[in-house]
Design a protein around this ligand. Structure first.
Ligand code: GLC
Length: 743
């Protein structure tokens, strides 16, 4: 018996060893395959892999330049291509044709290394016709439901991969703390926890568990670092961010994304404290790669090596700029329109200005992403992936995510009845530039870069006016609205009085047209003058005026807001946004969103909710971070703690009973804030530390539970160390508060 036991033990041991070996075999190949391939490559082939060229380089006035295209891919061996031809979207079939041509050319190179195609699909597959577009991040964060970011990313990945593309330049992990910035809509708002949680869910949604799967794409966290707070508010202008703020606010979302395994990162076009980030080795190599252990590829943003000498004036010419950027830690240059980078880098290596070791590291990182994406197994568009494009369920997700983003900011009571939701047999006047506009509902990266070519939107997309007509009947809707988002004329403003005579209320559709990057730079956060005049004319009719805002950033409305009885913040709600707005206005959906940013009342007061407590007397936004109403009413019970003291290695259970005391079922977003009552640096007014979202039927109550530990109380101190200090803290949930001690 003993012998048999011994034998089987030995057999078990052998089996175990074999299992481990082949497991390692599975994980190893990429590294050995990469190393093996790099060892065969010439310097020119390596530099080719580090060169990314935009598709429009090969178009002149709409004419495709096949010979130039072939030369770049076959003779220069460029490794990556991005974007579209003059930013018009392609159909899935057209994408397949293009990507097939590219990979056919790549097959003619000596080593047949596939080309990695990258695209911007930051709220749906931007550049594929008939793709579904979802709410931009700025609205999505109002849902406090990061699972939605996962779902949207999952669908976007399927539609991008169905197009034959396997790399998406998303998520944006910038923290939106400068509302003037034209890319504010691309952020998840001003709070670092929201950005971290939503950002990592987006990465998980894009990546799935295997990049070889034809439903997944490689994600790209961006724009590292400090891009979202240009001092002037203008895109790509210098930012001055103290190290303590960089570590407290701007680094955590990226650190979390690195831990989540995001395989690529795009660098901020701007600069921090006078140093363009593209040459900041401390950030790109010491912090990102050495301290955080990032093993993926670092790609520049558009023309950002060229800008080092053309705009930042830190390099005398392109060659010096290339040397600075590659030695700082860049792997791939989004050149993206010519071969200067390619030629200069080859020279720099031959002159010993850039080491072959640095080149091999960069190329290895790039090739690893290509191996992980299965491009070496099959670089061509996967026919079977096309079945994942355009499913009806995507529209349902687009509606669900838009509805959960809707944020009701004002709902006055008239004759003992809240003005919203409106009765479905109301007669309404719809007025304003947002009524007939698809661009205002979608914002940037919507079928085109600027999102402003309305004829390119999917057929099924409705405007606010169309959705309301569908809801209550065309005969109940009159309107004063241009056919697209443009200035309201004086005569249109004058016609309000007349047109309002026989209506029950006025729905004012104001906000912003779509814009992307520098095209959206503004000098004044105030809403445009014509829109303000229209609002005043509507208020002067003495009819109830409801304001629907579709905008990428909080435009100031204080000049007329007192006369408005209802305000619905819709942000950039996407393909089903108009239906979501109509559903909320007429009570088919009970809004639950909470602002993910502070909505300024004055352009001179842009404080965030977590500013140092000394600001508490001047934090006077139009609507505060976390504000949002419902059609029902909720009540919070007293906050119960598992203990009055939290110890260093312990945890604190926070329990609170929430009740729906109204007549309508609804979702309740619960923000748990913590105040550090005394700290070694001025503590924030409060800090969001946990959040949740629960559904409560009318009359229903639920106990909601959170677990806090010392990390949830931490902050970066004056010595740039993340610490949790002993002392008294206060938990705030709804209108309830309770204190406890940490030691
Ligand atoms: C743009 C944007 C960046 C985008 C890239 C490629 O300038 O800054 O977010 O991914 O270029 O289109």
């Amino acid at each position: 018996m003993k012998y048999i036991l011994k034998k089987s033990y030995q057999l078990l041991l052998v089996a175990f060893v074999l299992l481990v070996a082949c497991k390692q075999k599975e994980t190893q190949p990429k590294n050995t395959e990469v190393t093996a391939l790099v060892s065969k490559m010439t310097l020119e082939e390596k530099v080719g892999q580090m060169t990314q060229i935009t598709l429009s380089t090969f178009y002149k006035k709409g004419v495709f330049q096949e010979e130039k295209f072939k030369k770049y891919i076959i003779s220069n061996g460029i490794g990556s291509i991005l974007n579209v031809n003059e930013s018009e979207p392609l159909s899935v079939e057209e994408w397949h044709e293009l990507i097939t041509k590219i990979q056919d050319y790549a097959k003619e190179t000596r080593l047949q290394i596939p080309v990695l195609y990258g695209i911007d699909a930051i709220h749906g597959a931007t550049y594929t016709k008939e793709a579904t577009l979802f709410p931009h991040n700025i609205g999505l964060a109002a849902s406090r439901n990061p699972k939605l970011a996962f779902e949207i990313a999952e669908i976007t990945a399927k539609e991008v991969r169905a197009s034959g593309i396997r790399w998406n330049f998303d998520p944006v992990l910038g923290v939106g703390r400068q509302p003037l910035w034209p890319r504010f809509e691309e952020t998840f708002g001003e709070d670092v926890l929201l950005v971290s949680e939503f950002g990592t869910q987006a990465i998980k949604g894009y990546e799935g568990t295997d990049l070889k799967n034809n439903k997944n794409v490689a994600s790209c966290m961006k724009h590292f670092l400090g891009y979202s707070v240009p001092q002037s508010g203008k895109d790509r202008t210098p930012a001055y961010i103290p190290e303590i703020v960089l570590r407290e606010i701007f680094m955590p979302p990226f650190k979390k994304a690195v831990e989540t395994g995001c395989p690529t990162i795009m660098i901020n076009s701007g600069s921090i404290n006078g140093v363009p980030v593209h040459i900041n080795k401390t950030l790109l190599t010491d912090l990102l790669k050495n301290e955080w252990g990032f093993k993926g590829l670092v790609v520049t943003d558009w023309e950002d090596i060229m800008y080092l000498y053309k705009e930042h004036n830190v390099a005398k010419d392109n060659k010096e700029a290339v040397k600075m950027a590659i030695n700082a830690g860049i792997e791939m240059s989004m050149v993206p329109g010519k071969l200067d980078f390619y030629n200069d880098l080859i020279e720099l290596v031959n002159e010993g200005e850039v080491s072959m070791e640095r080149i091999d590291d960069a190329v290895s990182r790039i090739l690893k992403v290509k191996f992980d994406l299965g491009l070496f197994d099959n670089p061509y568009p996967e026919k079977e992936a096309v079945a994942n494009f355009g499913l009806a369920s995507y529209k349902e997700t687009a509606l669900k995510t838009a509805e959960q983003s809707m944020t009701l900011l004002k709902n006055e009571t008239i004759n003992n009845k809240p003005v919203l939701p409106l009765n479905k047999n109301s007669k309404v006047l719809i007025a304003g530039p947002g009524a007939n506009s698809l661009a205002t509902l979608h914002g940037s990266w919507s079928y085109t870069w600027q999102g402003d070519r309305e004829h390119l939107y999917a057929e099924s997309t409705l405007t606010i006016k169309e959705a309301i007509q569908n809801k209550i009947g065309k005969e109940n809707v009159t309107s004063i609205a241009p056919n697209k988002f443009q200035e309201i004329t004086t005569s249109e403003i004058k016609s309000v009085t007349q047109k309002a005579k026989n209506v029950d209320c006025i729905i004012l559709c104001l906000g912003e047209i779509s814009y992307a990057e520098t095209r959206g730079n503004i000098d004044d956060l105030e809403l445009s003058k014509d829109q303000i005049e229209l609002a005043k004319a509507a208020i002067a009719t003495n009819k109830p005026v409801i304001l629907v805002l579709t905008e990428g950033r909080p435009r100031i409305v204080n000049e007329f807001i007192e006369g408005i009885v209802g305000v619905l913040m819709a942000y950039r709600p996407g393909s089903e946004g108009a239906n979501a707005i109509a559903n909320v206005l007429f009570g088919d959906y009970n809004p639950s969103g909470k602002l993910p940013f502070s909505y300024p009342k004055y352009s001179g007061n842009l404080l965030t909710y977590d500013a140092p407590i000394r600001n508490i007397k001047t934090y006077k936004p139009q609507w505060a971070f976390g504000e949002g109403l419902s059609y029902t009413s909720f009540e919070f019970g007293e906050i119960e703690l598992s203990s009055k003291t939290l110890n260093e290695n312990g945890s604190l259970t926070v329990k609170v009973k929430v009740s729906n005391t109204g007549k309508m079922d609804g979702d309740l977003v619960i923000d748990l804030f913590v105040k550090d009552l005394v700290a070694s640096i001025i503590p924030p007014m409060k800090k969001l530390r946990k959040f949740d979202r629960v559904h409560l039927k009318a009359g229903e109550s639920k106990a909601v539970e959170f677990i806090l530990n010392k990390d949830d109380l931490s902050f970066v101190n004056a010595y740039l160390k993340r610490v949790t200090e002993n002392g008294e803290f206060e938990i705030l949930i709804g209108n309830k508060a309770v204190k406890f001690n940490y030691n």
